[in-house]
Design a protein around this ligand. Sequence first.
Ligand code: LRH
Length: 471
Amino acid sequence: MTGGVVAAVDLGATSGRVMVGHVGPGLLALESVARFPNGPVAAPGGWRWGFSTLLENVVDGLAAAVRTHPDVASIGIDSWAVDYGLVRSGALLAEPFHYRDERTARGVASVHRSVPFAELYRRNGLQHLPFNTLYQYVVEERLHEAEASLLIPDLVAYLLTGAAVAERTNASTTGLLDVRTGGWDRGLAARLGIPATAMPPLVDAGDTVGTLRTGIADRVGAPLPVIAVGSHDTASAVVAAPLSSPNAAYISCGTWGLVGVELDAPVVSDAAREANFTNEGGVDGRIRFLHNVTGLWLLSETIRAWEVDDAAPIDLPALLDAASRVDPPRAIFAANDPSLASPGDMPARISALLREAGDAVPDTRPAFARLIVESIAAAFAEAVRTAGDLTDRRIDVIHIVGGGALNSLLCQATADRSGVPVLAGPVEATALGNVLVQARAHGWFGPDASLETLRAAVATSFTPRRFDPRN
Ligand code: LRH
C-alpha cells in the first residue's frame, strides 16, 4: 500500500469541520483544521440553514488545510441527508430549508394522496420520515424556477467545481431512487410533478466530480479535484464502522442515532415497512438497513434551552458525570415521539410527554439528562432487536460510532438495555469514511480494495472502548 493526504469536508446538523486525513501503511489519522457551528436559522417563512456562511467556512477550512499540508491530493464532501438547494445561473435561489421545518407535513399528505405509502416503500425502500426530499419537493414553491436541485454535499461540490451531479448514497434519501436498480425513478417523479432538474446525473463514491473553479482554487491555494465519497454522512460513517462480526449492528450516533445492519440486498417486506426500517444506499452498492432514532438532538436541544435560561454555557461532561450518579428513571419516554422533532423548548416538551403518561418529571438537571440518555438507549436497544428479527440475524455486537461513542453513559445503557456488548468508536467515523473512500480512489489501498480492507485499516488504528451488558 502507498499513501498520502486528503481533505474531508464533513457537515453535520450542529457543526461542520474540515479534516485532513493521513493514510499510509499502518497509518490512518485525522487532524482537525477547521470547525464551525451550524444549525437551524429562523427565517421568514420557516427554518432554513445558513448555507452561504457554511460555504465560506468550508472554503476557508480548505485553504487552512492546504496551507498546513500543501500535499493535499483531493477533497471529499459529506453532510446530513435529504436537504437541497435550488440553483439557477450558477447561484443559489435561496438559503436551503431545514428538514425540521414543519412545512413537510403538507408534503406528506400530498404525496400519499397520489402514491400510497405501501407503494412508495416498495419502490424506494425508505422508512417514513416526514422530511424525505420528495415530500419537501411537492411543497417547494420555487422548484420549477431552478435549473438544478442539488443535495447539500452536491451543492457544495457544484459551487466549488461547477459540476452538477447527484452522489448515489445521498440521492437514495430523496425517495426518488428505485431501490432495486439504484437509478432515478422517473415514473414516480412524473406522478408527483417533480421535474427532471431535480434528478442530476448520478455518480458513485470514488468517482471524480470535478476540479476547483479558478476563483475558488485561488482562495484554497491549489486546483484540487473533488472526489465523490459516501456523501450521505451516515454512509461515510458506516464505511468506517469496523464491523467485527457478520452479525454486527451499528449505531451511527450524533444528532440522530442511525441503528441497523449492512445488507447486500434491500428488504422491502411488509414487516420491514411496518417497523419503519429504511433501505438507504451504501458505498459499493451495499444497503444500509436501518431505523432513525432521535439521538443526541434531545440532549443538545435540552441543553440549549437551559443555557438560554442561565445565560451561561453548560459543561456537558460534568452534567453527564452527575447524570451517571443518579438512579436510573423508573419510566422513560418515547425518544421518537413526533412532538420532539422540531426546534424549541425541549425540556417543556419532554415534561409534557411524561405528564401525559402519568410519569414524574425529574426535578434536577442530572436526573433529567439521565432520563434522556436512558430513553435514547431504550430506543436503540429496541431498534437493534428489530433489525435482528427482520434480517434473521442474532446480533452479537453493536458498534457505536460518531460523537455518541464519547458518551459512556449512553454506550453502557445501550449495552445494558440490549444485552449485547457495545464497541464504541471511532468518534470521527464520518470523516474517516470520507478519507478512506478518497484514499481508495487514489489507489493507496491497491487495486479493488473492498470495504472490509478499509474497515481493517480503521480497526488497526482505532481501538474501541468496550461496554459489556450488566445484569
Ligand atoms: C444524520 C442524517 C440522517 C438523516 C438525517 C436527515 O446526520 O444524515 O441519516 O436521516 O440526517
